[in-house]
Design a protein around this ligand. Structure first.
Ligand SMILES: Nc1ncnc2c1ncn2[C@@H]1O[C@H](COP(=O)(O)OP(=O)(O)OP(=O)(O)O)[C@@H](O)[C@H]1O
Ligand SMILES: [Mg+2]
Length: 181
């Protein structure tokens, strides 16, 4: 996997498969502790303890179309490669929280990649699912919630371009502000 945004897409896909109505993506970068925490929360069908235990195994999947399930084991490998780890908490009927930690200065740390594109894939492909994104670096935060664009036509290319620019600018500003300080 090239970058974190693709991991995020993968994990969000699990949430979509689990019939989530709301997905929250949180990134918290703490430069002082050299720690990036990525959390993806959903209100989907969740997993019982046995499924959860198996879910971390790359040879387990509840998919019918493919024999291997790789989403969780791949993000786990990426986190571990930097000295971080993956934890998954889940409750049947309630939802799932996937949390991965990374040490950003590690040579094997992957770039964030195109987060905007990843979010747009969900916004356009699954407009009925609420998506919230919250990205904090030190003291600064950028957040976006698709609830705020609920009444806009996600089928309109013009509207989509505006949403893309809004998110991209927000993330760019956040990274620029925190780099300068
Ligand atoms: N958010 C979630 N809610 C409910 N079940 C989940 C969730 N995430 C993962 N699972 C369960 O864990 C299994 C393994 O997930 P994983 O992403 O590793 O593989 P996959 O989704 O089966 O296949 P792939 O990601 O390669 O398409 C899933 O098949 C599903 O049963
Ligand atoms: Mg998956």
């Amino acid at each position: 996997m090239e970058d974190l945004s693709l991991h995020i897409l993968d994990i969000m896909e699990n949430s979509v498969d689990a019939q989530a109505r709301r997905i929250e993506v949180r990134i918290n970068e703490d430069p002082d502790r050299d720690l990036l925490t990525l959390e993806i929360l959903d209100d989907g069908k969740g997993m019982d303890a046995q499924t959860l235990q198996k879910a971390m195994n790359p040879f387990f999947t509840t998919r019918k179309t493919r024999r291997f399930g790789l989403g969780l084991s791949m993000i786990s490998e990426s986190a571990k490669a930097t000295g971080g780890e993956l934890t998954v908490e889940s409750a049947p009927g309630k939802g799932t929280r996937v949390k991965a930690t990374f040490h950003q200065s590690h040579i094997d740390m992957k770039p964030l990649g195109d987060i905007t594109q990843t979010l747009l894939i969900l916004i356009i492909g699954r407009p009925e699912i609420e998506l919230s994104y919250c990205h904090t670096i030190g003291e600064e935060t950028f957040s976006f919630d698709s609830r705020d664009i609920r009444d806009l036509p996600t089928g309109s290319p013009k509207v989509m371009r505006q949403i893309r620019e809004h998110i991209q600018k927000g993330i760019d500003r956040l990274t620029r502000r925190t780099k300068d300080s």
